[in-house]
Design a protein around this ligand. Sequence first.
Ligand code: CP3
Length: 337
Amino acid sequence: MINELIKTKNNKIVPKWFLRQSGRHIKEYFTIRNKHKNFIDFCLDENSVVNATMLPLKYYNVDAAILFSDILLLPYFLGQEVTFKKGVGPILKEIEISETYLKTEINFDDLKPIKNAIVKIKSIIPPKKDLIGFCGAPWTLSCYMLEGGSSKDYVKTRTFLWNEESTFTKLINKLTNDCVNLLEFQYLAGATVLMIFDTWSNMIPDRYWNKFGIEPTKYIIDRLRERNVKCPIIGLPFKSGEMLIKYSYESTVDIISIDWKTNLYWALKNINKDIVTQGNLDPVVLASNNLNAVRDEVHRILDLTKERCHIFNVGHGFVPEVKIDNVQFTIKLIESY
Ligand code: CP3
């Protein structure tokens, strides 16, 4: 349905899906996850990937499934040790950005289970529903890789950038090429939409917004188009404020994901009107027990985007506290609007 919207630009079509729809807010997720000794193993187990990807479709009439995977598999495939610690998040072992490291390449044999999972999902998912493949944007990947995990302000990463801009640029360029290959791989396996998550784009110093926020995304899309990848591409420049405007004109994404902090009226007025918008709902309203607030928020977004092409979604991933009933209520509101 996302493909149909992009092709027809018919604003009566309102596809719906949710960031992190296949995670911890559904009880059965833990049954799948607990079969594996670690999160990476989970992401590389064909059957578990299929089951986790399809799980939200059992509960919700969403128009797309997102491949169960993680942006941090890329650093893992490039040889960095990546672990996920309960209650802490991801931990990445320190690496040296040496010339040798910059030459490492993904061994696509390691991704066989992901390819098999995509093929299997495509064989069972209703044909009208999209399957979304994705990667982290080079800036966000470098944040995790240099910082060693999540951080409030990515001081280590930004210090590295200010100290060694040339090496940092080489790392970004390397990751940009890896993202092209990874996204093309998912497309060829059967993904019908691709998404680039720049979760930490709000940490890009202003001087570098073009160089590390927009240019890598544009480069990835240019190369994909050269390689005949024809599907819609979504960009998520998370919490990047007024920079959304430039991103919407220059990154060449087909769809721009709008975070929950951004004023939607302002965004619709200022960003490139030729591209499709997505998102903006605060995921945490779906963790509340205030149905009036859920209804008001859903209607606010539907009212504002009535004349535009918009994909209904949250403005960041579901938190584990999200209530299934609230999500089902949201879907009913969209369908009966
Ligand atoms: O429904 C889906 O979206 C499933 C696929 C998916 C996951 N991660 C599974 C996951 C996707 C699209 C991602 C993307 C991702 N991963 C991003 C970009 C989107 C965003 O949230 O901004 C980022 C930054 C990551 C990195 C990452 N992975 C972190 C920081 C964490 C730990 C923090 C957390 O939320 O627990 C993960 C782990 C992770 N990835 C989980 C899931 C379901 C939770 C693992 C668990 O405890 O079971």
